[in-house]
Design a protein around this ligand. Sequence first.
Ligand SMILES: *[C@@H]1O[C@H](CO)[C@@H](O)[C@H](O)[C@H]1NC(C)=O
Ligand SMILES: *[C@@H]1O[C@H](CO)[C@@H](O)[C@H](O)[C@H]1NC(C)=O
Length: 358
Amino acid sequence: MPSLPALLALLFVCWAPLRAAASSWWSLAMSPVQRPEMFIIGAQPVCSQLPGLSAGQRKLCQLYQEHMAYIGEGARTGIRECQHQFRQRRWNCSTVDDASVFGRVLQIGSRETAFTYAVSAAGVVNAISRACREGELSTCGCSRAARPKDLPRDWLWGGCGDNVDYGYRFAKEFVDAREREKNFAKGSEEQGRVLMNLQNNEAGRRAVYKTADVACKCHGVSGSCSLKTCWLQLAEFRKVGDQLKEKYDSAAAMRITRRGKLELVNSRFKPPTPEDLVYVDPSPDYCLRDESTGSLGTRGRLCNKTSEGLDGCALMCCGRGYDQFKSVRTERCHCKFHWCCFVRCKKCTQVVDQFVCK
Ligand SMILES: *[C@@H]1O[C@H](CO)[C@@H](O)[C@H](O)[C@H]1NC(C)=O
Ligand SMILES: *[C@@H]1O[C@H](CO)[C@@H](O)[C@H](O)[C@H]1NC(C)=O
């Protein structure tokens, strides 16, 4: 007869892979608690009702309740961008229907996980910086960034810019709080994950900072542009996503040392800067559905028969082959401009071949 502790241990081992995925502040992107008015009445309870917040994040929620809607918006922007960047890949950044948002896949410290942390931290910087400029938050206003040295002398530095300094600082407090609360043994795998998450959060925030640029408007007699007013403006979030995608492609493989620092697995590579993404685990291949890793698999995914890239049927379907079907596509066509002023189009339908993975 096996002893009771052994039985319990066995039970635990069997259950462990199916334990629930940790919930996350990303769930603010999903929950409908987005209305600032809701925070005003009966303030306190709202923060304790929001799913996915850590203890420190809950405290920040109580102090900065009006920020929460923008954190949710930022997370949503980040998730949407992630899904755009990965739309033609086996792992397509799809979300699941619980407070973990991405399911168990992010328990693996992979490149994909790195990107997800970075892009959502970037989303928060983006949303808060803009909310400051729009006067939506009582603790910040227009950017107070110093006039760039290379701005031509006769251009005015003024206007109301996106407050990326504030956005950066607040996002750092809020997003990193959950990692900073954890207290794992130095040199443990778990501590490695904390360091990885912190590095990737920072890389995401910096991507917003670095892509923000000077924008100007002309004044002067009938658009002569003799006078310009300039301010600091966030880049389109797509640009942030593109930049982080490049960082994803060049992400550095790391491991935790016994002294509790991340170091390169391959010491011949250049060490990552704070703008780079890092990961500690190899990626799964995401080919098959796997409950224990949270991989959804690529069965049923559309693929491109002629592409040799990641969106091609060969790679997307992992060699399992594909099914072909016809689908009808309707488009606007033969558009004519009518005087004045509208455009009238015809509807054209076209039968196209589509391919889905087996
Ligand atoms: C992403 O992948 C999942 C699982 O393979 C699939 O159900 C979903 O439709 C995909 N989403 C998009 C936008 O292709
Ligand atoms: C499929 O891939 C080919 C080659 O990369 C590309 O030219 C074509 O536009 C793609 N088709 C679709 C429907 O994306």
